[in-house]
Design a binder for this molecule. Structure first.
Ligand code: FUB
Length: 344
């Protein structure tokens, strides 16, 4: 379906699940959808995929995005409204290229857009931009968040009103280059600096955000993902190790940490008893989609959970994606029903 002009009537009376496996937006290309309910609407903060004719490489150089749009909908089966461009790379003093997967949060009537981009040294950092409305426009801070690095920020608000930022992505996302605490620039290969197969996998990161939402209130911590025996998932376990696309949601008192396994193309999940983890691996949440990347968010709308994700149905090209959504179910025992996206 096509995004509609702002102010067009929502089809909120429709009873058919017309959104199932259909692109939410036909143009432009959209990916990495981070969805939230702010007030009485669903807001989606995706990447904006573009054809920039950068040759495909192992660092993801062909994902050469330059700006962000915000989308919203009144209900899951309603029309999607495109609120237009809300932030461009030219607006961000420290950012040079590759605006990858963003996320957003609301606090005290202000809206915060967290986004990764490469700086002038081609190092990914995470920036923040602020708006007085969920639809922006967002005004970026002059510098990235102090102490930030790598990609795919995701914000989780706990019941106590604390906000946690999760992030990280290996290979093109550069997380492996920060293993020692400083950026390792000894090799251009995205595979250098990884642990060997039997060592614990590289951990995604978490830090509680400061009251002002634009700084960390603590040093970043590792998010440890363990197997059923309590042992850290190892780097060689490509079916279960963290690759990118962290997301956290809480259901019935359980914290769910979900993420992409990258080269095995799944979204999997692990559970824990607090926002820092450790999280115990549980299983597959979303099977591989069309295209190399798999990236999602999970949001509750009224009493129903939804999975937002993307595939390449419209373009057939891995860097030109389209966002979609599906209902997501938790069983009584806390496990999540695996979604197998119907490939057209
Ligand atoms: O959209 C660019 C990158 O592709 C994201 O940051 C990753 O999660 C993957 O979806």
């Amino acid at each position: 379906r096509k995004p509609v002009e702002q102010d067009t009537q929502d089809r909120s009376d429709s009873t058919e699940l017309s959104y199932l496996n259909e692109p939410l937006v036909e143009s432009p290309y959209t990916a990495d959808p981070s969805a939230h309910v702010f007030g009485d609407r669903i807001y989606i903060y995706p990447s904006h995929d573009v054809e920039s004719h950068v040759e495909e490489d192992d660092t993801g150089g062909h994902f050469n995005m330059e700006d962000y749009h915000v989308y919203s909908m009144k209900s899951p089966d309603a029309e999607v409204v495109d609120h237009g461009k809300v932030l461009g790379v030219e607006d961000v003093p420290w950012a040079r290229r590759q605006m990858w997967a963003p996320d957003a949060a609301e606090k005290d009537g202000k809206y915060f857009l967290y986004f990764p981009a490469k700086d002038s040294s081609d190092i990914f950092r995470i920036g923040v931009a602020v708006a007085s409305r969920p639809t922006g426009p967002f005004k970026p801070k002059d510098k990235p968040i102090k102490g930030s690095f790598s990609i795919d920020p995701a914000v989780f608000k706990d019941d106590q009103g604390d906000y946690y930022l999760y992030w990280g992505g290996i290979w093109g996302g550069q997380l492996q280059k920060w293993r020692t605490g400083t950026y390792l620039s000894t090799s251009d290969s995205p595979y250098a600096d990884e642990p060997s197969d039997h060592e614990p996998a590289i951990a995604p990161k978490v830090a509680k955000l400061a009251e002002n939402m634009i700084e960390f209130s603590e040093a970043p911590r590792d998010v440890i993902i363990v197997d059923e025996g309590g042992e850290p998932i190892v780097a060689g376990d490509h079916d279960r190790r963290f690759f990118e696309a962290a997301w956290v949601h809480k259901h019935d008192g359980i914290y769910y940490f979900s993420y992409s396994t990258g080269d095995t193309h799944k979204i999997v999940y692990a559970t824990g008893s607090n926002p820092y983890g450790p999280f115990t691996y549980q299983g597959v949440l979303l099977e591989p989609v069309q295209g190399w990347t798999n990236h999602h968010s999970i949001v509750k709308v009224d009493d129903q959970w939804y999975l937002f994700y993307h595939d390449t149905q419209l373009s057939g090209k891995t860097h030109l994606r389209n966002i979609k959504m599906m209902p997501l179910e938790h069983r009584k025992d806390g496990s999540i029903v695996t979604i197998d996206p119907i490939i057209k």
